[in-house]
Design a protein around this ligand. Structure first.
Ligand code: NAG
Ligand code: NAG
Length: 583
């Protein structure tokens, strides 16, 4: 590992980049429309920084104060790479949480970056943070079999200009730190010729310049092939080349094509043959027998293909995953004496083998029934590892429910209310979000959100009758119950707790409470005193039903009550009652 730069450096472009996105980004306008704000910041750091090294002051760069980070429960979300960084909420800084090895993270891909989002709640904000990881020259070029010399048996009659392909070295670094050049140790017979593969990687051949004269020099000699990168300090790798000069008149094999191309479907079964290469040799008999092999390749790629050493047929022998490698470049060696290397390019065709992945960034339940249409209840992130149409994802809501799903930032969707909700009609919803890709056949993933609607005191108690009346025989005993009033409130809990209250009125100069009372909880109306038909024939008063909401809501019901003349006075005992709720 090269010395680490202590101070992270922020790429000069970020400030303006952020500024532009923040002020004119059309995406942002869209976000504002759904009560969300968002910004983007970008940092550049070298790989291999120590745990705890500061990447950037996120709070400052986004113009947020530390209180807001705390109150909004700021956190980093999404991506399988979130573990590399950590948000220090108390300082507002983003720091390295785990060693970042650029080679492991991105391989050959440049630029190499980590992207994730910082989410804040109340109100919801989403900020995209991109950390570009810069390469340091921490790898030297390495030959696959550096301890085993490359060996050639070359006929002394071999013509000038005959080429001998050499192994390529690998350097895991990228850009200037990657392999730049090959050098051959000084000698009289060979020069190096460098070529570039279609993918930009270099390979070399040794070209005979001056015929090998067996009599003039030792039949065995060694050369050195050195691969160097362009980093500072420069790193290199070396392999020996052993040459044996043969007396016999021998010909080297020749491939019938200079480059073979084939394509293979992702997930092809092992054992499937892909292509057969063919080299021929002008010699006949034993000297003409050619064997094929695949040159050693980078890491796991070696296990994905095998070649039949006699027929030259290449077979699948491992998992072909388009999401890991889109193209393989194999070097096929055909050998009798000496050797020849042919190039084989196998392209992988994507198959729709990954269903979209739905991650929930944020979900708020319950939502108040008085929330205006457009209230954000959730943010989801949708990803699909496939490419092209196979990775194009569309989201919708399965049910016919009063919600909408809107696309915001790339791969982000917000779930919003589409109308005003009414807890009294529907108190909870199961909202199923379906993410479907555009592959053939398409793959989809579902995620269900269980949303509760919380109550608001939006209903007043309603009496079961519009008018109540009750008459009893006069000379009743005080305290007798006259009737029961009842009201219902469709709200919930405290908002539905009803109290019955006697409205203050005057009857014949005395307050109504001298005649009747109402039980606040049960709604039972009692006579306070004995009624005398000669004195009073009918009481008219009002009972109010009031709920426990804040503020409370209420309704009134008018009541009529009074005595009948007691017929026992005429020796005709009979109590007459009328009125539906009379007791
Ligand atoms: C290989 O190529 C030679 C010459 O082009 C041809 O005669 C031979 O049949 C080929 N072999 C295979 C297995 O295709
Ligand atoms: C929502 O789904 C749960 C679990 O499947 C179920 O118990 C509940 O009844 C559903 N609610 C509604 C309103 O459909």
């Amino acid at each position: 590992m090269a010395p680490v730069r202590r101070l992270p450096y922020i790429s000069p472009g970020w400030r303006s980049f952020y500024g532009v996105r923040r002020h004119i980004g059309s995406l942002l306008l869209l976000l504002l429309a759904v009560n969300m704000v968002g910004g983007q910041i970008r940092y550049s750091i070298p790989e291999e920084m120590k745990k705890g090294s500061v990447i950037g002051n996120v709070a400052q760069d986004l113009g947020l104060d530390l209180k807001r980070l705390r109150s909004g429960r700021a956190r980093i979300v999404t991506g399988e790479n979130v573990h590399y960084t950590e948000l220090q909420k108390d300082k507002g800084t983003l720091v390295v949480n785990e060693r970042i090895d650029r080679e492991q993270l991105c391989g050959d891909i440049t630029p190499c970056s980590l992207s994730f989002e910082m989410i804040l709640e109340n109100p919801m904000e989403l900020h995209r943070i991109t950390v570009e990881v810069l390469d340091i020259n921490d790898h030297a070029p390495v030959f696959p079999n550096k301890d085993k010399p490359i060996s050639f048996e070359i006929s002394e009659s071999a013509a000038v200009e005959v080429r001998f392909p050499l192994q390529s070295a690998q350097d895991l670094d990228v850009g200037q730190n990657a392999l730049q050049n090959y050098i051959l140790s000084p000698n009289d017979n060979f020069i190096l010729k460098q070529h570039s593969n279609p993918d930009g990687r270099k390979y070399v051949e040794m070209v005979l310049q001056k015929p090998l004269d067996r009599e003039e020099r030792h039949p065995h000699f060694s050369l050195k092939l050195i691969a160097v990168d362009g980093g500072t300090p420069q790193r290199s790798g070396t392999v020996n080349i052993d040459v044996t000069v043969l007396d016999a008149n021998d010909n080297i094999p020749v491939f019938n094509q200079s480059v073979y191309k084939a394509s293979v479907l992702e997930n092809t079964k092992t054992g499937t043959s892909i292509i057969t290469v063919n080299a021929t040799d002008a010699d006949s008999g034993l000297y003409g027998h050619i064997t094929y092999s695949l040159s050693k390749m980078k890491g796991s790629v070696a296990e994905i293909f095998t070649i039949d050493e006699n027929t030259g047929t290449i077979y699948v022998s491992g998992q072909i995953d388009y999401e890991k490698y889109r193209k393989y470049e194999l070097r096929v060696e055909a050998k009798d004496h000496g050797g020849l290397i042919g190039t084989m390019i196998i392209e992988v065709t994507d198959v729709n083998d990954n269903a979209p992945i739905i991650s929930v960034m944020s979900f708020t339940s319950p939502v108040s029934e008085d929330s205006p249409p457009g209230t954000t209840i959730g943010i989801i992130n949708v990803k699909d590892l496939d490419s092209g149409d196979n990775g194009q994802v569309n989201c919708r809501i399965e049910q016919n429910a009063p919600f909408k799903i809107k696309s915001n930032l790339r791969n982000y969707y917000t779930l919003v209310t589409d109308t005003v909700l009414d807890r009294e009609s529907v108190s909870e919803y199961n909202i199923t979000v379906v993410a479907t890709d555009a592959g053939i056949p398409p793959l989809s993933t579902k995620r269900t959100f269980h949303l509760k609607v919380s109550d608001v005191n939006d209903n007043a108690p309603v009496f079961s009758q519009s008018v109540y009346s009750a008459f009893i025989t006069e000379n009743n005993s005080p305290g007798v119950s006259l009737l029961t009033v009842g009201a219902k409130d469709p709200d919930e809990n405290q908002n539905a707790r009803i109290s019955y209250i006697l409205e203050n009125t005057n009857i014949g100069g005395a307050p109504v409470s001298e005649y009747v009372t109402v039980n606040a909880e049960s709604g039972v109306v009692h006579a306070v005193r004995s009624f005398d038909y000669e004195q009073i024939k009918q009481l008219v008063f009002v009972v109010k039903a009031q709920d426990g909401g804040s503020p409370p809501l209420s309704n009134n019901a008018p009541l009529r009550a009074g005595p009948y003349r007691d017929r026992r006075k005429q020796n005709r005992p009979r109590a007459a009652l009328w009125g539906r709720n009379a007791v």
